[in-house]
Design a protein around this ligand. Structure first.
Ligand code: PEP
Length: 251
């Protein structure tokens, strides 16, 4: 049985005091519940250390939203795997569509980051997904296959045990448009079969594949009840404790 994992990607939102307030609120809500899933928060870098302290006695896990593939050196503005590990991160989001689109990250760069994260003991949440025009041109599977094959190039079967894949159709991110449960499930099945071909049936069965794209409390339950949807990567709806909680309770 795969465990479900709900991760909140705060993006470039919440300064330090706002971050602390959100996690304190979340702690109170989570405390009253018995949960069927793992919960990860991915705040901005500037809040990681303080939030690590705030979640120490809870089941919430911490993730960063990005990192660079080099260990250290003259890379102004970048953050290394060691740095995010040293402030309590267990996870790191890599290959998010906003990084691909706005910051021109390539599959090759994302592959280097995934390898570095794994070699340092971080668990990547590896994002893939097609744009609207690619879906309309019926090339969703080609796009997702390319991103996965290139992103995972050279990654061993053993390391695959520490990777989460997040399928996030770009047209559904922050737009309010969600893939229907059937549309999402179809791509999740495709991804799981692809992982089976690239690695093994056992790895394919075990890998957690999250869905992301305008997940909200009112659509989470149906999405998360699909056989191959093992959780959610949540943007907008994770910025308020009650809506993030509403998604968590949908598991
Ligand atoms: C995301 O950025 O990963 C995301 C899924 O955002 P939203 O939930 O706002 O669509």
């Amino acid at each position: 049985m795969r465990k479900k994992i709900i991760a909140g990607n705060w993006k470039m939102n919440k300064n330090l005091s706002e971050s602390i307030a959100l996690v304190e609120e979340l702690n109170i809500l989570l405390n009253k519940q018995s949960l069927n899933c793992e919960v990860i928060v991915c705040p901005p870098f500037t809040s990681l250390l303080s939030l690590a302290e705030k979640i120490k006695k809870t089941d919430i896990k911490l993730g960063a939203q990005n990192m660079y593939f080099e260990s250290d050196g003259a890379f102004t503005g970048e953050i290394s795997a060691d740095m995010i590990l040293s402030v309590g991160c267990e996870y790191v989001i890599l290959g998010h569509s906003e990084r691909r689109e706005i910051f021109k990250e390539t599959d090759e760069l994302i592959n280097k980051k995934i390898k570095q994260a794994l070699s340092k003991g971080l668990k990547p949440i590896f994002c893939v997904g097609e744009k609207l025009e690619q879906r309309e041109a019926n090339i969703t599977e080609d796009i997702v296959r390319g991103q996965i094959e290139k992103g995972l190039e050279g990654i061993s079967e053993n390391d695959m045990k520490n990777i989460i894949i997040a399928y996030e159709p770009v047209w559904a991110i922050g737009t309010g448009k969600t893939a229907t449960p059937a549309q999402a499930e179809e791509v999740h099945v495709f991804i799981r079969n692809l992982i089976g071909k690239l690695y093994s049936t056992a790895i394919a069965e075990d890998i957690v594949i999250q869905y992301g794209g305008s997940v909200k409390p009112d659509n989470a339950k149906e999405l998360l009840s699909q056989k191959n949807i093992d959780g959610a990567l949540v943007g907008g709806a994770c910025l308020k404790a009650d809506s993030f909680m509403g998604i968590i309770l949908g598991v």
